[in-house]
Write a protein that binds this ligand. Structure first.
Ligand SMILES: *Cc1c(COP(=O)(O)O)cnc(C)c1O
Length: 388
């Protein structure tokens, strides 16, 4: 029989890194000790007290059964409690908070809750690929908002054509930002909320990096703009904050109708997060910011090693106030991919070409500092020996 795959899968954008993956395997086959700064996945272990909490919780047979779809009451209360302590805004844990199997799950499923076929979804370019995938799976049409350096890598809402605005249903934002490492102040969210209310657009904010910050910077939440409750949902993740990417735990909170609609999608496609993992999440959130401070100190020292070396090589970049990425401009004579290949072939360092995050990512490469500090030191030594 001839298998016919759905167009929503066939039409997914091609995997841009196939050439780079092949080149990486060739370099490794030559015996080069490759340092991977391509993927944003913390090398630091989950703090011990969180692992211990999981072990304790896993001993209780009551966690072996199906969990509550929306998350345990204890986890949702801990999320609301943490959020209020961190941002000074209160949410009802029963109605306005929903546990997620990692925030990626919630981000992808949210489009199914609100996007009708033909609706336009406003998506940052460059950006996290899941916004686009969720939109396409729901039958929506992506409209890309360029994030340009001269605007601090924030979108220019005034540049969106009126006919796009009329069909726009949903806007995605993500600050601190992946991949550009940009961060914003609250006045940017105030502008975004005004824009969304004026044009009747739902605002979805991905706050995955809200706690990976440096030099006293505190990243804002959209709900510190009071009117945001009329139109917004915010996605939080324990993955980066507590080095728990493999555990799959996050939550969404915000407008009661939006959280409820996301919960309805989830009720129909998954059965929630293992309750022992949620219990460990409660312990992690209640202990905030104890382990997070040390984590950020380590990332900061790595950034301080890497950024000057990149600058000396001629890659324009800044030490970011947040995230564990460096977004560096590609010098004249290179593209994102050709520079990434040069780093791989001549320094054995894997970086991500910005073009993989969207057209406007061309001209940049992304370095992730989620590799052990001595590997960063080694990468810096090799980068210093490079000539462009
Ligand atoms: C890492 C990341 C997430 C979080 O993923 P989880 O599913 O919670 O592990 C969400 N958004 C962005 C932009 C990320 O980089």
């Amino acid at each position: 029989m001839e298998i016919s795959i759905a167009s929503r899968i066939r039409n997914l954008p091609p995997y841009l890194f196939a050439d780079l993956d092949r080149a990486r395997r060739e370099v490794q086959a030559r015996g080069v000790d490759v340092i991977s700064m391509g993927i944003g996945d913390p090398d630091l272990p989950t703090p011990r007290f969180i692992v211990e909490a999981l072990k304790r919780a896993a001993d209780d047979p009551k966690v072996y059964r199906y969990p509550d779809y929306q998350g345990s009451s204890r986890f949702r209360c801990a999320a609301a409690r943490w959020y209020e302590r961190r941002f000074g805004v209160r949410f009802d844990p029963e109605r306005e908070v929903c546990a997620l199997i990692g925030s990626k799950e919630g981000i992808a499923n949210f489009s199914l809750a609100v996007v009708e076929p033909g609706d336009v979804v406003l998506i940052p370019d460059p950006g996290y690929p899941v916004y686009q995938a969720g939109c396409v799976f729901a039958g929506g049409t992506p409209y890309y908002l360029p994030l340009r350096k001269e605007n601090g890598f924030t979108p220019d809402f005034g540049a969106i054509p009126p006919e796009v605005l009329r069909r726009a249903k949903l806007l995605w934002l993500n600050y601190p930002n992946n991949p550009t490492a940009a961060s914003v102040e609250l006045d940017f969210f105030a502008e975004a909320v005004r824009f969304c209310l004026k044009h009747q657009i739902i605002l979805a904010h991905d706050a995955a990096y809200s706690e990976i910050t440096y030099d006293g910077y505190r990243s804002p939440s959209v709900f510190q703009v009071p009117e945001a409750r009329q139109c917004a949902i915010e996605f939080h993740s324990l993955s980066k904050t507590f080095s728990m990417t493999g555990w799959r735990l996050g939550f969404a909170l915000g407008n009661v109708e939006l959280v409820d609609a996301l919960g309805k999608v989830k009720t129909n496609v998954d059965s929630g997060v293992f309750e022992a993992v949620q219990e460990a999440g409660v312990v992690a959130l209640d202990a905030y910011p104890s382990s997070v401070k040390e984590t950020c100190e380590i990332y900061r020292s790595r950034l301080e090693m890497l950024v000057p070396a990149l600058k000396r090589l001629g890659l324009e970049c800044e030490r970011p106030r947040a995230t564990f990425y460096v977004w560096a401009a590609v010098p004249e004579g290179y593209t994102s991919v050709s520079l990434a290949l040069k780093f791989l072939e001549q320094a054995g360092v894997v970086v991500t070409p910005g073009s993989g995050f969207g057209r406007c990512g061309e001209g940049f490469v992304r370095f992730s500092i989620t590799v052990p500090t001595e590997r960063i030191e080694e990468a810096v030594r090799r980068i210093e020996a490079l000539k462009l």
